[in-house]
Design a protein around this ligand. Structure first.
Ligand SMILES: NC(=O)c1ccc[n+]([C@@H]2O[C@H](COP(=O)([O-])OP(=O)(O)OC[C@H]3O[C@@H](n4cnc5c(N)ncnc54)[C@H](OP(=O)(O)O)[C@@H]3O)[C@@H](O)[C@H]2O)c1
Length: 235
């Protein structure tokens, strides 16, 4: 798990721990990561904090080496960590390039970095799963559908990054199509977290459910898909 110390990431880690999985709780701040892992252990789960800033080659590859030495494989990777630096209303014409750069560097390049580092470990698992936590805001279809709420949310850097993440999902799924590894994107829905300044309409627990479902999907489960809690959504 990346970005697992709070919000939707923490709830996903919590639910995976409740299902009996050994959770590796990635977080960029040691105190926050340790505190979150401790809370899951105190609730009876199996959780270990892993230092993981997804913008750091050094930390991401150190994490992969640690997992390889300790477990020899990784059953599921949930790419949840992301930043959102704009708030509605944010006309694309006024978005600063530095905001675009920083958002793409974390949400897209950082996620690709983690996938590339963890892929050898996922290939060694009997049924490796990758879940990229996307957003309905990354859907080009929804953004161009008259009447859709997504058409009125032009957050340039965040939405472009989620659209790119959707493509990342398909690119890796296609490369891995003949393997046991399945790769999917999930829209957790508009959720009460720090990212939305708690203005969402859903709890992190509700948001995590679809992520957990895809992270634990069976051999007949989908790959190269884009889902919310109700099923497939349009790219
Ligand atoms: N909330 C929503 O309504 C909503 C809707 C659709 C999609 N999503 C997606 O759901 C995911 C989780 O969002 P959230 O609402 O739970 O947001 P959040 O509460 O802001 O949590 C984001 C997490 O990502 C971590 N993070 C950010 N940059 C990182 C980096 N460079 N390396 C490692 N971790 C990093 C944060 O760590 P720190 O605590 O150290 O900052 C935090 O743990 C994101 O991918 C988001 O885009 C959210």
């Amino acid at each position: 798990m990346t970005g697992a110390n709070k919000g939707i990431g923490y709830s996903t880690a919590e639910q995976l721990a409740q299902l009996g999985h050994q959770v590796l709780l990635g977080a960029r701040h040691p105190e926050r990561g340790e505190a979150a892992a401790r809370a899951l252990r105190e609730a009876g789960g199996s959780a270990t904090y892993l230092p993981l800033d997804i913008t750091s080659d050094e930390q991401v590859y150190a994490a992969a080496r640690w997992i390889a030495a300790r477990f020899g494989r990784l059953d599921a990777l949930v790419n949840n960590a992301a930043i959102k630096l704009e708030f509605h209303p944010a006309p694309p014409s006024r978005c600063e390039l530095d905001v675009v750069r920083r958002t793409l560097d974390t949400n897209v390049v950082g996620t690709i970095r983690v996938i590339q580092a963890m892929l050898p470990l996922l290939r060694r698992a009997p049924a490796g799963r990758i879940v990229n936590v996307s957003s309905g805001l990354g859907s080009l279809t929804l953004a161009t559908t008259p009447g859709s709420k997504y058409r009125d949310r032009p957050l340039l850097s965040y939405n472009v990054a989620k659209a790119a993440l959707n493509s990342v999902t398909v690119q890796f799924a296609n490369e891995l199509r003949d393997t046991a590894v399945k790769v999917n994107a999930v829209d957790p829905g508009f959720t009460n977290t720090d990212m939305t300044k708690n203005s969402g309409s859903r709890t992190p627990t509700q948001a995590a459910a679809a992520i957990v479902r895809l992270a634990t999907t069976g051999p007949d489960g989908p790959t190269a898909g884009y889902f919310d809690e109700g099923g497939s959504i349009p790219w």
